[in-house]
Design a protein around this ligand. Structure first.
Ligand SMILES: Nc1nc2c(c(=O)[nH]1)N[C@H]1C(S)=C(S)[C@@H](COP(=O)(O)OP(=O)(O)OC[C@H]3O[C@@H](n4cnc5c(N)ncnc54)[C@H](O)[C@@H]3O)O[C@H]1N2
Ligand code: MOO
Length: 408
């Protein structure tokens, strides 16, 4: 079909802004110890102040700060030692003017004291009396009862996957269970008559082991989704329609790889169109690699048709599929991907209006582009990370500082 323009490509930024399928996962309650990486469905607020009592931050003596004013090495303040406090008990000791009580780090400070002097700035020269050789101000050596968390304060926001430190703060606040967004179920479908399961020991000529599905499983799991494998579907529009229909009914996001280009056998578009409204959002993205990408919404479920070449499929799923997965799964504040700033070792050409995703190896601050056809999956496994050449740019000169997003 010479001269035919196969794809009306859409800029990736435009597609990401415009393709907003309605599907959202429901919510479920999980135990805090099972909540790492889960996404709170609503902000979780503290039902109490933390630490909840005035707490000493040093080992030393709880005092009235005014009793130490002017104290120094040459002119110590002398205070009566009225006892010692223990961890985990109420500080029911009265500190009268001119008195001090021994206190360990973390213990409750008596109401009648307003500062704690570090033990290093004191001496016990006679039983029952301490010398203070440095003055303290009100509040020194003390954490206020609501200084860590005020009553009603947000402990963790909605929409940000929980990190280890979030679980720590929730534990400190006594939160044992929380309401999170259910993990999106992601259907993974591979298409192609040539494909055979990766377990196939011997390949007949022309057969190809399904590589994309295994990598997609990994990407979905890393992103907090639940991969649901629908196996390999031959190039048969009826079979594909049947599988897609089941996947749309059972999952929150459907990913189908290959069959989105323009060959006679490319059945994905026809099958997706048969699934119902609103249907195809765009066919063709201005991205390299990955141009033959299909975005659709069937009922409210997003359907992403990835290019057949595994490298392209994985690049597109990372750049376009993961944002959709996050949208569906309630993630509004994703953790930033690890990245480093490096210098481009060689020039790279790009086209204005197209997003280029360039695989790079990284050595001594130099990012070297890895060139090769996107049919070569090993290019992706050799890469340490990738550089995105933004849509308006026409390329990058050697020596340009670039941000390399690192593969984990
Ligand atoms: N005339 C044109 N031909 C092609 C164009 C074009 O614009 N005009 N685009 C090329 C690009 S770019 C890509 S990417 C591919 C995409 O084609 P399809 O999405 O239809 O995919 P297939 O042709 O079925 O497969 C391409 C290639 O990838 C292998 N493959 C597919 N699935 C898997 C899998 N799960 N695991 C491993 N390998 C897989 C498949 O065997 C093919 O070798 O179209 C170009 N052609
Ligand atoms: O999208 Mo093709 O994906 O450029 O190899």
């Amino acid at each position: 079909m010479p001269g035919r323009e196969f794809f009306q490509t859409q800029p990736v930024s435009q597609a990401l802004a415009g393709f907003r399928p309605r599907r959202r996962t429901g919510t479920e309650t999980v135990r805090r110890e099972d909540a790492l990486g889960r996404v709170p469905a609503e902000p979780i607020r503290s039902g109490a102040e933390l630490p909840g009592f005035a707490r000493s931050t040093v080992d030393g003596y709880a005092v009235r700060a005014a009793d130490t004013y002017g104290a120094g090495d040459g002119l110590p303040a002398y205070l009566d030692l009225v006892g010692s406090l223990r961890m985990g008990t109420a500080a029911d000791v009265e500190i009268r003017p001119g008195a001090a009580v021994q206190i360990p780090t973390g213990a409750a400070v008596p109401d009648s004291a307003d500062a704690v002097v570090m033990v290093e700035h004191t001496q016990v020269t006679m039983p029952g009396v301490i010398e203070v050789t440095k003055s303290v101000a009100v509040g020194d050596g003390v954490v206020r009862p609501d200084e860590d968390v005020a009553l009603g304060k947000e402990l963790v926001p909605a929409g940000r996957p929980l990190r280890a430190q979030d679980l720590g703060l929730l534990a400190a606040a006594g939160v044992t269970r929380l309401v999170v967004c259910a993990k999106p179920r992601v259907a993974i479908i591979s298409t192609g008559d040539e494909l055979v399961p990766p377990e196939t020991a011997e390949l007949s000529p022309g057969e190809v082991r399904d590589a994309t599905a295994s990598a997609l499983v990994g990407l979905v799991e890393q992103a907090g989704g639940v991969p649901v494998s629908y196996g390999i579907v031959p190039d048969d529009v009826d079979l594909l329609t049947k599988t897609l229909t089941a996947a749309v009914a059972e999952c929150d996001l459907v990913v189908v790889s290959a069959g989105s280009s323009v060959g006679a056998r490319d059945e994905t578009t026809a099958a997706v169109e048969a699934l119902g409204a609103p249907g195809v959002y765009c066919h063709g993205l201005a991205i390299k690699p990955g141009k033959p990408t299909l975005l659709a919404e069937c009922s409210d479920v997003p359907v992403i048709g990835l290019p057949g070449n595994p490298l392209s499929a994985l690049v597109v799923f990372r750049m376009v599929g993961l944002p959709v997965l996050r949208l569906v799964g309630g993630i509004t504040s994703p953790a930033p991907e690890p990245s480093v700033v490096a210098t481009m070792a060689r020039p790279i050409a790009s086209a204005a209006g197209r997003l280029d995703v360039v695989q790079v190896s990284l050595r001594d601050g130099l990012a070297t582009p890895l060139f090769g056809h996107s049919a070569l999956l090993s290019l992706l496994t050799s890469a340490d990370g990738y550089v995105v050449i933004p849509e308006p740019a026409t390329g990058l000169d050697a020596g340009t500082p670039v941000t390399v997003t690192m593969y984990r």
